[in-house]
Design a protein around this ligand. Sequence first.
Ligand code: 16G
Length: 248
Amino acid sequence: MSTIVRKSPLPRYYQLKEIMREKIRNGEWKPGDLIPSERELGEQYGISRMTARQAITELVNEGLFYREQGKGTFVSRRKITQQLIHLTGFTEDMKARGQQPGTRVLSAEMRPADEAVAERLRIKPGLQIFRLHRLRLADGEPLAIEVSHISFIGCEKLLEEDLEHNSLYRLLETKYGLPLLEADQELEAGLIGSEEAQYLKVPVGSPALFTRRVTYTERNQPIEYASSVYCGNKYVFYTHMKREQLLS
Ligand code: 16G
């Protein structure tokens, strides 16, 4: 389909969606390309701006496009597969995919651990921990919001680090000599809330994946408890399983 068929039983916005999908499939529109405006699409296909908007909005919600305020609508990259086999951090994951990792530090502070965080970190509630709230991006596109709670003797030194330009995992391992050995991770489906939606540039109520990860250093000591929100339409989590026993 390359034009809108007026007599088709298919609604026009749906036909335009299929036309745009095809442009992505056949490589005419590549990840990162700016797509034509609603007005341009309307003129090109002889449909109203409202119809063009509906088609674009649905493809934004499906994750095929993303909007940047004041700039327009762009073609998204294919979904990011995060493997849950090896313990890796965001920077490593993005570099392995050939994408440029980015970070916006939303806040970084020392604060007392509340009950829930203390339990995960196996420390006493009220103990001072380093709390880091970050927006994570790949090639400038926002993907996730992460809140890391970090506890080790001397963790207040992290306040002085440039965490916009440095990987946390790398700093912990190379500068602080804290090897990251294992992690427990939970995944839960949910919806993007209003504050998150602003940072992630997706509509409120879009699909989200909530993850909680406890990372351990030597002697099984938790060092980080991170709770994150990933754009559900941009991520696939992958794991490989082996059967321990065959049924007899
Ligand atoms: C991952 C981890 C997060 C960690 C970050 C380190 C999950 C759910 N979270 O995003 O716990 O803080 O990597 O990334 O996977 P960095 O080394 O780039 O700072």
